[in-house]
Design a protein around this ligand. Structure first.
Ligand SMILES: [Zn+2]
Length: 244
């Protein structure tokens, strides 16, 4: 991974603004992982994409993640913190290009879901239709007693097995945080979406940097690139001197 300068990060964030929501963070990933262009990033499994996002986020904003969650039992809002390394699982030697199962006379070949698959189900009415469409995208061959069938015709027992195999093959795709409510003792696992977390953080950072550039350019007449080349400490010092 290639560490990004302030100017590179800002450029990549700006490019992300004109991408569809599902690919908004890819220009930043592509700038850091220079051997993987955006189209290839979109085809990565969700776990591999999230592994890269966690690594990039750690090198960009630090290794500590912090957020808040509401307790479903008593409504208490609790703050949580953890290290990115706590969410990084051991990397599989090789992600499978294709998986298959043979259950109850059903034979199915399928691949792991990627970002484009997630984008295609983002407008689904409910979880059931989303799961059906996701499986249709990923299944390349479905047979019952050697007869070709539609992926939609697969029984729940078989689709459940497919989802289980997908999760086993790409464990990094399912990020969860263990939480415990200090008020009522409720314990649960909250889903953690590193893509939206990192993008939200990046957007707040970029807007703050642009405001700093505006203030320093107005106060001192420096160019944007001169200001972006300053260390964060010097930027803050000069902002203080300029009284902004
Ligand atoms: Zn509670």
């Amino acid at each position: 991974m290639h560490p990004l300068s302030v100017a590179q990060l800002l450029d990549a964030w700006e490019k992300g603004l004109s991408e569809p929501v599902c690919k908004r963070v890819f220009p930043v990933l592509a700038a850091a992982f220079v051997d993987c262009p955006i189209d290839e990033l979109a085809a990565l499994s969700i776990g591999e994409r999230d592994r890269r996002l966690l690594t990039l986020r750690s090198s960009t904003f630090g290794s500590q993640l912090a957020s808040v969650a509401g307790c479903s039992q008593c409504g208490e809002v609790l703050e949580w913190e953890l290290e990115t390394v706590d969410l990084l699982m051991e990397k599989p030697a090789e992600l499978p290009g294709e998986l298959s199962i043979n259950v109850d006379n059903y034979y199915v070949r399928f691949r792991l879901p990627n970002t484009l698959d997630l984008a295609s189900i983002s407008n689904s009415q409910d979880a059931s239709s989303a799961r059906g469409r996701l499986l249709e995208n990923c299944i390349s061959d479905a047979q019952h007693k050697a007869e070709q069938i539609s992926p939609r015709a697969l029984p729940v027992s078989v689709t459940t097995e497919i989802v289980k195999r997908m999760a086993e093959a790409d464990p990094q795709a399912d990020l969860e945080v263990d939480l415990s409510c200090p008020s009522c003792g409720e314990q649960w696992q909250a889903k953690f979406d590193i893509e939206s977390f990192f993008w939200t953080e990046l957007s707040a950072w970029a807007q703050r940097i642009l405001l700093e550039v505006h203030s320093l350019a107005r106060a001192y007449g420096w160019s944007e690139s001169d200001i972006l080349n300053l260390s964060p400490w010097r930027r803050q010092f000069y902002l203080g001197m300029a009284g902004t």
